[in-house]
Design a binder for this molecule. Structure first.
Ligand code: CP
Ligand code: NVA
Length: 300
């Protein structure tokens, strides 16, 4: 695999292969003889905040034998207007790979094209594919029949997380329900573009969760959307992941959150704490999933 830019660009076999490798790497974490990045230097360019993604990639690169250099947007001339393609051509001549968190999927893809080095999407406006890979790993660990899981994504159905879930459902063929108000639903054209019939979008949150094995939510105000906070908090309130929605599944669902969590906004403290074991396992799985991604792109 040359780059890891989106779930959309992957096929089923690649996703399943990455998950299997992540499972192996997790079980064998103490075995430090796996050093596919030995002698390599990787650049991490993050123009947005991060706890999980930054820590898991820095640790992951190190555990695989490489060295990670971290740059916030302001550390580079990029922050003063140097074009992404020039930054890419410089980086491509000096480092072995790049991990990028920025506003724009287009810029990410331009970096990959102009740098000529393996490039990984650490979150853009369009997707957060590393997170969904870790989420799938978590579901696979908890459900024997994980390929048949019925997943409900609640909240901002047009954010990067929701979009990565849409492509994951389409590529792996599981049922996905997006429960969101009309203002925050994914474009119908996007759902249609997947060519997959198992994705439902609705504003009826109680109907959406019925029979679901997984309830998933993300922040209501994604990074960069702060100016819309008031409208978002108001319109998304009915989609809060609370105990009555957990009960409305009629099951004992896996409750998941990509974190960071805003208690009493997208999830209640009660539900978050009741499912904290799973949610923080999900966070840990970022490390294992991303080591699998690093190994795959380093192999070319
Ligand atoms: N879930 C996630 O990507 O967290 P960070 O923003 O802390 O990296
Ligand atoms: N949708 C969120 C994900 C954070 C990990 C954001 O973009 O801020």
């Amino acid at each position: 695999m040359q780059h890891f830019l989106s779930i959309q660009s992957l096929d089923e076999a690649t996703i399943v292969g990455l998950l299997d490798d992540a499972t192996w790497l997790k079980a064998n974490r103490k075995d430090r003889s796996v050093q596919p990045l030995a002698g390599q230097t990787w650049a991490m360019i993050f123009t947005k905040s991060s706890t999980r993604t930054r820590v898991s990639f820095e640790v992951g690169v190190h555990e695989l034998g490489g060295h990670a250099m971290f740059f916030s947007g302001n550390d580079l001339q990029l922050g003063r207007g140097e074009p992404i393609r020039d930054t890419a051509r410089v980086m491509g001549r000096m480092v072995d790979g790049a991990i990028i968190r920025n506003d724009s999927q287009v810029d990410l893809e331009e970096f990959a094209q102009f740098s000529g080095i393996p490039t990984i999407n650490a979150l853009t406006d369009m997707e957060h594919p590393c997170q969904v890979l870790a989420d799938l790993l978590t579901i696979k660990e908890r459900m024997a029949n994980w390929r048949e899981a019925r997943v409900c994504f609640l909240g901002d159905g047009d954010c990067n997380m929701a979009r990565s879930w849409i492509w994951a459902a389409a590529r792996l063929g599981f049922e996905l329900v997006i429960a969101a108000p009309k203002e925050f639903q994914p474009p119908a054209a996007l759902v249609q573009e997947t060519g997959f019939g198992g994705i439902t979008v609705t504003d009826d949150v109680t109907a959406a969760v019925a029979g679901c094995d997984v309830l998933y939510t993300d922040v209501w105000v994604s990074m960069g959307k702060e100016a819309e906070s008031t409208q978002r908090l108001q319109l998304l309130q009915p989609y809060q992941l609370n105990q009555s929605l957990v009960q409305a599944t009629g099951k004992a669902p896996l409750v998941m959150h990509c974190l960071p969590a805003y208690r009493e906004k997208e999830i209640t403290a009660e539900v978050l704490e009741a499912h904290a074991d799973l949610i923080f396992e999900q966070a840990e799985n970022r490390l294992h999933a991303q080591k699998a991604i690093l190994r795959a792109v380093a192999a070319g």
